[in-house]
Design a protein. Structure first.
Length: 225
């Protein structure tokens, strides 16, 4: 997790400058790093690396593919060598019974949304807080008692982020995610291979995030232990 966060901080610092106040992407990356309990020294080193001309020139690329049983998978990578990354991602898909597809083949199955996770313990008046998020562009809100999960359109992401700053609330997570429109149900017999595929992608050094449209049914959580 720290390796992925360091890459994001480095790229954000290189693309928008090393001052978080003037660089929204860097501010978000640092916020997520704090949420993951990354040491401050590691964050400062990542910022410094992004300010060096000889630092690795990372690029963000997205690959689309299918796992077994037609499960759609989107893989967000950060790499300095695209030819290596695409070969490795294709090999992982093939090894676990999937296939890498052309760009645009499955992206229409997902909606690109802003996503926030906020600890309810950080909020004094939950009802007023939820209304403030709705006024700032939140589309969906879910409160499970421990966390509040909010989504918004991409164009409202910055507005919602500023509202949280105004309310002095730091989200545990904030970022952009690909959310599936519909889910594919997978039976127990087919699940292990899909989980191995997703785990293998997540474990690859060049992969930042993996999204899929697989439905996790009650009792199937044991496969994630």
């Amino acid at each position: 997790m720290f390796t992925k966060l360091v890459k994001e901080i480095t790229v954000a610092a290189r693309s928008g400058g090393t001052e978080p106040e003037c660089n929204p992407r860097l501010r978000l990356a640092l916020q997520n790093a704090k949420g993951a309990n990354m040491p401050k020294e590691a964050m400062l080193r990542a910022i410094s690396k992004g300010n060096k001309s000889d630092a690795d020139d990372y690029q963000e690329v997205i690959y689309e593919g299918y796992g077994s049983k037609g499960v759609a998978i989107m893989v967000v990578c950060m790499t300095e060598k695209i030819t290596r990354t695409v070969a490795n991602v294709r090999a992982i898909f093939t090894k676990y019974g999937g296939s890498l597809e052309k760009s645009g083949a499955i992206s229409f199955l997902f909606d690109h949304k802003g996503v926030f996770t906020i600890a309810t313990a950080d909020i004094k008046h939950v009802d007023d807080f939820i209304l403030a998020l709705i006024d700032s562009g939140a589309e969906t809100l879910e409160n499970d008692g421990e966390y509040i999960y909010a989504t918004c359109a991409i164009e409202h992401f910055g507005k919602l982020q500023k509202q949280l700053e105004k309310l002095a609330v730091t989200p545990i997570y904030a970022g952009l995610q690909y959310i599936p429109y519909t889910l594919v149900e997978v039976h127990d017999a087919d699940l292990p291979k899909l989980i191995k595929l997703i785990d293998a992608l997540n474990d690859h050094d060049d992969v930042q995030k993996v999204y899929h449209n697989m439905a996790i049914q009650a009792g199937q959580e044991r496969f994630f232990d």
